[in-house]
Write a protein that binds this ligand. Structure first.
Ligand code: DLL
Length: 433
């Protein structure tokens, strides 16, 4: 099934005509109402009128997460606050989160795109969607929720956590679609098994998984353990939230980017030059229909490639391949974006520790476990176990408060963390995904 047959199967030429028209409108809007963009355009010596073709987009400067941080919290908004009906946020590189806003029309567009996405993933009216993405500032929960309602499916807003209760709900309510991070879905499967509930006895048909990197190996495991077909959904708060791109359940081979709403480019992260279809590089997005928070050539830092080949599902929108990595050091821990620099800023505020630290990430029972090893300073060094435990608890609490993730803090003796010759190795990621 295709939700929006006209737009999703539009021939390339017609699609590009719409893209160009919408791009020009977007550029005019940001130039007129966001001082940041006006300044950037002026520095580049261009005005929106200079962009006469889609190819001209390469003349427009990039936008980065740092730019969003510098304009914290609302200075990137292109409409007055009176017109903003929703605010979401995600982690930034330092203490400041990235804040995004939506007009009522934006929420409507997002809902429609999520209805499209859920349809591509195999959902329809009459389905019951077990939505285990977190509800809150994170876009996952509410994004799927509004899309499910727009589609006319029934949605269970179960959110993340409280896993045993989720298993009971799955058994009693008979949901047919599951939406969550792939790692949480595997964890759910494990807990269900421990509780003596077999997924084979449940009614699930399809799973729609994203918000963190995963692999074909994990897909096979999810499909087998949950007795479903599993599709990959991609998105990011800055560009909208979930529903920027999704695999169709028919092919499950790359994610269709909703190109009538977003222009995707791949660039070389070093030279910043656009790369042709098929070559891997950093994904860059320009929004075409957003009102409150348009983004122009936003550098996602996600590494992937684009595939223009026709798809068996009939959609004409280009497909992005799985995200294989990042061009920065962002980690995703249980769905929460974490930058090592944020942890560092927490540690730096504590006198008794040194700025020598290492983040170790493991996956235990399909859940991410973050250990922060940090050297205690000579001053802070004490033989008293109680004092050390108190300090560990304090750091854990500060990390939780700033980042929303639970870390196991391990104080180590001065000089215990190996000094590197070049770049310090701050992150040891042992997850096999
Ligand atoms: O993760 C939005 C989302 C919610 C997508 C639910 C899919 C499902 P942020 O919290 O802003 O938004 O994080 C965005 O997460 O730049 C990627 O690095 C990563 N990411 C998201 N989806 C995928 C995916 C949401 N399918 C960041 N595969 C992005 C790999 C993904 N990485």
């Amino acid at each position: 099934m295709i939700y929006d047959i006209e737009y999703e199967t539009m021939p390339r030429e017609a699609l590009e005509a719409i893209q160009l028209r919408r791009l020009q409108t977007t550029l005019q809007r940001v130039y007129a109402s966001v001082p940041f963009y006006r300044k950037k355009f002026e520095e580049a010596g261009i005005t929106p009128a200079d962009i006469k073709s889609l190819d001209d987009l390469r003349r427009v400067p990039f936008t980065t997460k740092m730019d969003l941080r510098d304009n914290y919290p609302f200075h990137m908004f292109a409409v007055p606050m009176d017109n903003v009906v929703r605010i979401h946020a995600s982690s930034g590189t330092t203490g400041r989160p990235t804040v995004v806003g939506y007009t009522a029309r934006d929420v409507g567009t997002w809902s429609t795109l999520m209805a499209r996405a859920l349809t591509a993933g195999g959902a329809g009216r009459g389905d019951i969607i077990h939505n285990a993405y977190g509800y809150g500032l994170f876009t996952g929960g509410l994004g799927v929720h509004y899309g499910a309602e727009r589609l006319g499916a029934s949605v269970i807003p179960v959110s993340g956590g409280n896993t045993k209760r989720q298993v009971v709900i799955m058994k009693d309510f008979g949901p047919t679609i599951i939406t969550s991070t792939p790692s949480y879905a595997l964890h759910l499967a494990e807990v269900a098994e421990e509780m003596g509930v077999s997924f084979k006895s449940l009614k699930f048909k399809h799973g729609i998984f994203g918000a963190e990197p995963w692999s074909e190996k994990m897909r096979a495991e999810l499909e087998r353990k949950l007795n479903i077909t599993a599709v990959d959904i991609y998105g990011l708060s800055e560009v909208m939230g979930p529903g920027v791109a999704i695999e169709c359940h028919e092919a499950r081979k790359g994610l269709h980017v909703f190109e009538d709403h977003f222009i995707a480019e791949i660039i070389d992260p070093n030279t910043l030059e656009p790369l042709p279809y098929g070559e891997a590089g950093e994904l860059v997005f320009t929004s075409l229909t957003k009102e409150a928070f348009p983004v122009v050539r936003y550098r996602t830092r996600d590494i992937t490639s684009l595939n223009p080949e026709p798809c068996i599902c009939g959609r004409t929108h280009v497909r992005m391949n799985r995200v294989t990595g990042r061009s920065d050091d962002m980690l995703i821990i249980r769905g929460v974006n974490v930058f090592p620099s944020q942890i560092e800023s927490v540690l730096m505020e504590i006198d008794a520790v040194e700025p020598h630290y290492q983040l170790v990430v493991d996956r235990e029972d399909n859940l991410d476990v973050l250990t922060v090893k940090v050297e205690i300073s000579e001053r802070g060094f004490t033989d008293e176990v109680k004092g050390l435990q108190q300090l560990e608890r304090r750091i854990t609490k500060n990390i939780k408060e700033l980042l929303g993730v639970t870390a196991q803090v391990k104080l180590v003796e001065p000089k215990a963390i190996e000094r590197s010759q070049g770049k310090a190795i701050r992150v040891v990621d042992n997850r096999q995904i």
